[in-house]
Design a protein around this ligand. Structure first.
Ligand code: XMP
Length: 319
């Protein structure tokens, strides 16, 4: 347990010492961690910081707009909004291996950051909201031999050729500590309480090949699921809830007709730090309501399943 006001002040001093009068680019992902890192670094070095929000086309519904308005309108922190959806989706075409997706996305982020660094006359530093669990999970698995489970996009996904130094002020922290630090820095509680969202975004919630059409379908199902969770007052009890879109088609019947469409998986877990997780025990009426709405409202999905796997042996994300 850190004393967060003291931690904030110590980190501000560290960041100033680390970057001197250099320029820093901070990649915003839409999630809580990178937002907290950005606000902390801005408190330390002000306009030496440029935030870059890379819209990779793998965001959830409404996410890009929320991040841009929070930073520009609420914080008045300069923000470059890069629309890179075409580049990311083109690079993901034909890729279905989970680690290859992660490696491509990690590398593509760096390409965008390096291009932006050149535009502002050379930034020597890249800031990221890497947390302690990201570091651990990318290098080994608790108790086992040293095996990579997943290359978190901001750790094992980074290419060796990158020529900026990393600034990672949250590297010692767990999620609950980052949330407390965010509150200390004045971020709105509703933003700080958002569920985690992984940097590779919807790409790791679509097993198999990622297409624009699959992303659009998944965004609709995910928005319905989260809408139902919010309406039931369950959002804050859950660590993370999301939909996945499976590359499997099954037969169904709607009205008088046969359907042959994709399967949507629903996931919800409780957790303290994301390292282990339990399945959230929804009432069956709640899950039925979600299934009915998703099948009725989302073209291309005709079946909904609930993922009943804890972590371990499952992981939270499906890839
Ligand atoms: P897993 O799926 O490994 O996820 O059980 C644990 C937590 O980490 C998040 N996650 C990521 N976050 N970049 C991130 O910023 C990533 O590449 C990444 N992969 C997984 C996941 O959403 C969960 O909260």
């Amino acid at each position: 347990q850190w004393n967060m006001a003291g931690y904030r002040d110590a980190k501000i001093a560290d960041i100033r010492a680390e970057v001197g009068d250099g320029k820093v680019i901070c990649g915003l992902s839409g999630g809580v961690d990178s937002a907290v890192a950005a606000v902390l670094i801005h408190a330390a070095i002000g306009d030496q910081l440029t935030c870059v929000f890379v819209d990779h086309g793998l965001m959830r519904q409404g996410e890009a707009e929320q991040v841009v308005s929070l930073f520009r309108e609420h914080y008045h922190i300069p923000l470059v909004h890069v629309d890179a959806a075409d580049m990311f989706l083109a690079g993901l075409a034909g890729v279905s291996d989970p680690e290859q997706k992660r490696k491509f996305i990690g590398g593509a982020f760096i390409d965008v950051f390096e291009a932006e660094a050149r535009k502002i006359g050379g930034a020597k530093f890249l800031a990221q909201g890497t947390l302690y669990p990201d570091v651990i999970e990318s290098v080994s698995f608790t108790g086992g031999p040293s095996v990579t489970i997943k290359s978190h996009h901001n750790v094992g996904g980074l290419p060796a050729r990158m020529n900026m130094a990393l600034v990672e002020p949250l590297r010692e922290l767990f999620k609950d500590e980052v949330r407390r630090l965010g509150v200390e820095l004045g971020l709105p509680p509703a933003f700080v309480g958002r569920h985690p969202f992984p940097g590779p975004g919807l790409a790791i919630r679509i097993p198999g090949e990622v297409t624009r059409e699959a992303c659009d379908t998944l965004r609709k199902a995910d928005a319905i699921y989260l809408d139902e969770i919010r309406k039931a007052g369950l959002y804050d009890e859950i660590w993370q809830a999301f939909a996945v879109l499976l590359p499997v088609r099954t037969v169904g019947v709607m009205g008088d007709g046969r359907t042959y469409d994709k399967v949507c998986g629903l996931r919800a877990v409780t957790s303290v730090d994301g390292m282990t997780a339990d399945v959230y025990p929804f009432e069956s009426a709640f899950l039925s309501r979600c299934a009915t709405r998703i099948v009725n409202e989302v073209p291309g999905i005709n079946r909904v399943v609930y993922d009943y796997t804890s972590k371990p042996p499952g992981t939270i994300e499906w890839e």
